[in-house]
Design a protein around this ligand. Structure first.
Ligand code: NAP
Length: 297
């Protein structure tokens, strides 16, 4: 039964690893059908430079592709790559009929403007969903390729069974890749949405009203138990290192667990869902390019 009633027991864990495994298995099944009828979906992943965190993200994405039967084309370009050289490579991949999706790992070295790079990717291959055409489609309610993290969060919310229609949703963080698209998706789902940013005057006054609280700032454990409404669904997008060097989110998970109804762990929450949605987007982009009789749901 759908309900927004507060929970009187400690929060239930929204296990992103398990949910993502189910989504990835479904992508693998559909990718196999597409491969048998046409060819496997193919994703080009471009990494510029040697940033360690980016290399780990790229490796995880490539592994997930391989496990799901999505062909990955991994290109590691030198850190000194010029913007024209990167844009020229993107133009080639745009024109390549054997490539369905293009992902350029962010952040980029300082000589390259990420906005120019995002704008250069063909919208129908923009599996990150960052291109202004895809952002605009999302904004106007006819989404095509959607940003992976917010759409993964929506799948997690769906799993809770909590009613979004009429719910108070508060998003902390207003970036183009997480906070803003998250707000639009929740708005389209019928929630009443508040977006907070670094200038918000009394953050806790907003977060305490939230039936659905999504935090995407990048500040370790900034959301404590006193900032959460009893029974709320708390989605922690943040990825930080704590004082011991351990991975942690923006939410003080152990403290908030005593108050919230549902909570996502870090790691093992939103992160795996983001990768699963990248695979979904790649499959969707491939299906849009395939002959009609080769596609499957
Ligand atoms: P970002 O571009 O740096 O944006 C951060 C946002 O937080 C900005 O809108 C900023 O406000 C706001 N903010 C900063 N301090 C604040 C405060 N004290 N109170 C309220 N809002 C505040 O970050 P992002 O790319 O969205 O990423 C956010 C976090 O999510 C990072 O930890 C990142 O690593 C993580 N992330 C995780 C995944 C995943 O798959 N799990 C995916 C993407 C990002 P202003 O607009 O006023 O500057």
């Amino acid at each position: 039964m759908k309900s927004n009633e507060p929970f009187l027991t400690p929060a239930r864990t929204l296990d992103g690893t398990a949910l993502a495994a189910g989504l990835r298995a479904d992508v693998a099944r559909r990718a196999q059908v597409l491969a048998a009828r046409w060819r496997p979906p193919a994703l080009a992943v471009l990494l510029v430079g040697d940033a360690q965190a980016s290399a780990v993200y790229v490796r995880n994405k490539i592994r997930a592709c391989e496990a799901a039967g999505v062909r990955s084309i991994h290109e590691h370009l030198p850190g000194a790559t010029s913007q024209p050289a990167l844009l020229a490579r993107i133009a080639e991949l745009n024109a390549d009929p054997l490539v369905d999706g293009i992902l350029v790992q962010l952040p980029l070295p300082p000589q390259i403007d990420p906005q120019q790079v995002i704008a250069a990717i063909a919208p129908d291959k923009d599996v990150d969903g960052f291109h202004v055409a895809n952002a605009g489609a999302l904004f106007t309610g006819a989404p095509r390729l959607m940003p992976c993290t917010p759409s993964g969060v929506m799948r997690m919310l769906d799993h809770t069974g909590v009613t979004l229609r009429g719910a108070e949703a508060v998003i902390v963080g207003a970036s183009n890749i997480v906070g803003k698209p998250q707000a639009i998706l929740l708005l389209h789902a019928g929630a009443t949405v508040t977006i907070c940013n670094s200038k918000t005057r009394d953050l806790a006054a907003h977060t305490r009203r939230a039936d659905i609280l999504v935090v995407a700032v990048g500040r370790a454990k900034m959301i404590g138990a006193d900032m959460v409404k009893p029974g709320a669904v708390v989605i922690d997008v943040g990825m930080n290192r704590d004082e011991h060097g351990r991975l942690c989110g923006d939410v003080d998970t152990e403290a908030v667990r005593a108050v919230a109804g549902w909570i996502t762990p870090v790691p093992g929450g939103v992160g795996p869902m983001t990768i699963a949605m990248l695979l979904e987007n790649t499959l969707q982009a491939a299906q849009a390019r395939a002959p009609v009789d080769a596609t499957t749901r």
